[in-house]
Design a binder for this molecule. Structure first.
Ligand code: ATP
Ligand code: MG
Length: 473
């Protein structure tokens, strides 16, 4: 299935990818709920980000009014029209249907001239007035839908909500491929809340329920339900994907800056690619990394894993973007030298100081410049080298520091090998917990805790030949 992205990451998430290409979707809502805004956002991002020019048909408002209204969101529609990425056309419903269905009519001309892939019609409610009765309206609506299909347009058909009895589903809603409803409800007596609900979307699963949205100075911003951070909208931009598609969907895009995730696994499970994929995506997003090395992968193993993910580890180390804390005093490639902090024969009392001495001068100025860091701890290794008591104390101190400076944390641990007290402490202090284990001849992965409250079923881990080399089913 190919999706047309709406320009609204969270809305795409709710529909598991976007609007299936070529489908006709009813966008309904009462006056002022933001139909025009959402429809224009869809066309604007289609044109500017996804190379899909669009047409906006308005039956009521003059283009000048629309240009002016949309300018408030920073969308310069006239500039898009000059670049042939958009046409805003004001015409009567009657003329529109005529021109849409006529071979070589105006609409067909615009579509072929610009190569349009998207259209919004504001609003189909007005088509009703063109019709003499229900039967002829039905005919007009079917005509509209088949013309849009013929032109393979992904379309938004705006519609005023009709407050009707529950059993009275409007014709548009069952003839269309999908329905998105915008509502404005009262909330805690003196407030109003805006909610968006995807009632139907053929060809794609949807996240059911009402999701809050806000009209901001950048357009409509949808916040999926269950989100605990509804009001920290800016934070959604600071999410880094894990590189594993299904996991990103469950996490609404990935790992938010400053959160800590625990990966609970045993040595039988192949977790190396999960970690490598998460760290690689962070590197790509400009993060710097500190990795507490693991006894199970040598530096040479790591170099291989990262090179299959197109990351030149030696180069990242030279650029001061990758540091290792090494517990085993093992050999490493010479180019790694500036990035390896050897703590192999350091006793617990000076461990902290040694790591600090090396990292503080690098991290302090970097954080002050607004750069982002992720710290990866192999707690299994640290437990075996430094002892559970020390690590528990050390780690809780580290977590407090991380929270204070907005570091993202990823920690590997094997719950089966530590006491349940420590395990439950680790679980409580983490924003997210991912488990992966082998059972019989399958490896599973499950999200058991996440900042949005989403918990998944056990997913099967499948090896695939291309990066990130694993896929979840
Ligand atoms: N920056 C902003 N912050 C908050 N609200 C805003 C902002 N800009 C516009 N709005 C609100 O958005 C609403 C306009 O949305 P829009 O015109 O898209 O709604 P509509 O559903 O198309 O309405 P109608 O049915 O009247 O055409 C107005 O209520 C307006 O007050
Ligand atoms: Mg409108």
């Amino acid at each position: 299935m190919e999706y047309a992205k709406t320009g609204n990451t969270c809305l795409d998430t709710i529909m598991h990818g976007g609007i299936p290409r070529g489908s006709s979707i009813v966008l309904e809502g009462a006056p002022g709920t933001g139909k025009t805004t959402l429809a224009m956002q869809f066309l604007y991002y289609g044109a500017t980000e996804y190379d899909e020019p669009g047409i906006y048909i308005t039956f009521e408002e003059l283009p000048d009014q629309i240009y002016q209204d949309m300018e408030r969101f920073g969308w310069d529609l006239k500039a898009l029209e000059r670049k042939n990425l958009l046409r805003v056309i004001c015409m009567s419903p009657k003329l529109f249907i005529e021109q849409l269905t006529k071979a070589g009519g105006l609409i067909e001309q615009v579509i072929s001239e610009l190569g349009c892939r998207r259209i919004a019609i504001d609003s189909v409610s007005l088509l009703r007035f063109e019709a003499e009765d229900g039967a002829s309206y039905r005919k007009i609506f079917y005509t509209l839908r088949s013309a849009l299909r013929k032109f393979q347009m992904t379309s938004l058909l705006l519609q005023e909500s009709i407050t009707s009895r529950h059993d009275d589903i409007p014709l548009e809603n069952y003839v269309s491929d999908g329905v998105i409803r915008l509502s404005l409800n009262s909330h805690m007596e003196s407030y109003r809340k805006r909610t968006l609900e995807v009632l139907k979307m053929r060809g794609t699963p949807i996240m059911e329920g009402e999701h809050r949205y806000k009209i901001t100075d950048r357009g409509i911003h949808v916040v999926p339900s269950l989100s605990l951070i509804e009001d920290r909208e800016a934070a959604t931009d600071e999410c880094v994907g894990t590189g594993i598609q299904k996991l990103d969907q469950l996490l609404f895009g990935g790992i938010r800056k400053g959160t800590s995730f625990l990966l609970d696994t045993n040595s039988k499970a192949n977790y190396k690619y999960v970690i490598a994929s998460i760290l690689t995506e962070h590197l790509r997003a400009g993060y710097k990394i500190i990795a507490y090395s693991s006894g199970l992968s040598t530096f040479y193993d790591l170099m291989n894993i990262y090179s299959t993910l197109n990351i030149d580890l030696a180069k990242k180390i030279r650029q001061q973007r990758f540091y290792f804390v090494e517990h085993f005093g093992r050999a490493y490639p010479e180019e790694f030298q500036s990035g390896v902090i050897d703590v192999s024969d350091v006793d617990p009392s000076s461990y902290n100081r040694i790591v600090e001495e090396k990292l503080a001068p690098v991290m302090g100025p970097s954080l002050a410049r607004g750069e982002n860091w992720i710290v990866y701890y192999d707690l299994n290794t640290m437990f075996s080298q430094q002892g559970v008591d020390f690590v528990s104390r050390y780690y809780s101190g580290e977590m407090a520091k991380s929270r204070a400076s907005g570091l993202t944390v990823l920690a590997l641990c094997n719950f089966a090998e530590i006491s349940s007290d420590v395990a439950s402490y680790l679980e409580r202090s983490s924003g997210g917990v991912i488990r992966t284990w082998v059972d019989g001849s399958y490896q599973y992965l499950q999200l058991t805790k996440s900042p949005h409250g989403v918990v998944s079923e056990p997913l099967i881990v499948v090896s695939v030949p291309q990066a990130p080399f694993i896929q979840l089913l």
